[in-house]
Design a binder for this molecule. Structure first.
Ligand code: BT5
Length: 223
């Protein structure tokens, strides 16, 4: 089984996890036309109407467990490469898991562990929904004619043969050199300057607290 195509589901990541538990092989992918309960990180929702690409790919990474955190940046580069290849569109990456186009979010990525598997969930807006995106979601869409399955397969192929990705991640990273607001998991938000991405793809920032490498928490920026 390589592909599971669904009209509608609650969350393709949920379906993929179930398949992984049943022993689905490396590279199995679930693609839905819409989701009724699309999930983002930290319990947030991902708006998933018809007109988007909602994809989850099951991978069994060979890397040591501590390297699994690199799956999200690897997936971000994989999606950028597929977009370039299929649509000629060049997206930027907002650390750590968002793809941006024209200053707005085009795509979000949610990687979740499930036993030996990692589920790479990708939500990408292909077309602007009728009436636009909800006011509270500053999103954008590709809005170019593209086959959903063609793009999904290109993304899957890129995920299956990632190769080196850090250099391209750095090139596409929209935060470097910018003043950002860091929202730590616990504690008050503070302003900082994003100076580099280290070899673990952590965002190195400088602020009145000194220099630190962030590997979790949220960062916001005005584009
Ligand atoms: C993400 O979380 O962006 C990860 C989204 C992953 C979605 C895919 S779809 C296939 C698979 N199955 C699932 O159930 N999930 C995955 P996060 O960084 O936490 O961003 C969530 C935030 O993005 C929300 O709070 C909104 O502000 C914004 N947002 C929601 N829907 C959006 C959309 N369609 N386009 C752009 N931004 C959106």
């Amino acid at each position: 089984m390589e592909w599971v195509f669904l009209e509608e589901t609650d969350s393709t990541n949920r379906v993929a996890k179930e398949l992984a538990r049943q022993g689905a092989p490396h590279g199995t992918a679930v693609l839905a036309k819409r989701q009724t309960a699309g999930r983002g990180r930290l319990g947030r929702a991902f708006f998933s109407p018809e007109g988007g690409l909602y994809l989850s790919v099951i991978l069994y990474p060979q890397c040591p467990p501590e390297d699994r955190v690199l799956m999200t940046p690897m997936a971000a580069v994989a999606v950028c490469r597929a977009l370039e290849q299929v649509c000629g569109v060049s997206a930027g990456i907002k650390w750590v898991n968002d793809l941006y186009l024209g200053g707005k979010k085009l795509c979000g990525i949610l990687c979740e562990g499930c036993g030996d598997a990692v589920i790479v969930g990708i939500g990408l807006n292909l077309y602007t929904p009728e009436g636009g995106f909800p006011a509270e979601i500053p999103a954008t869409a590709l809005d170019v004619p593209v086959g959903r399955r063609v793009l999904a397969e290109a993304i899957r192929q890129q995920l299956l043969q990632p190769g080196e990705f850090l250099a391209e991640y750095r090139e596409r990273c929209l935060l470097l050199g910018k003043t950002v607001t860091v929202h730590p998991v616990a504690g008050e938000a503070y302003a900082a300057r994003a100076v580099e991405l280290d070899d673990r793809c952590r965002l190195v920032v400088e602020s009145c607290r000194g220099r630190e490498a962030l590997d979790s928490g949220e960062v916001s920026v005005r584009f």
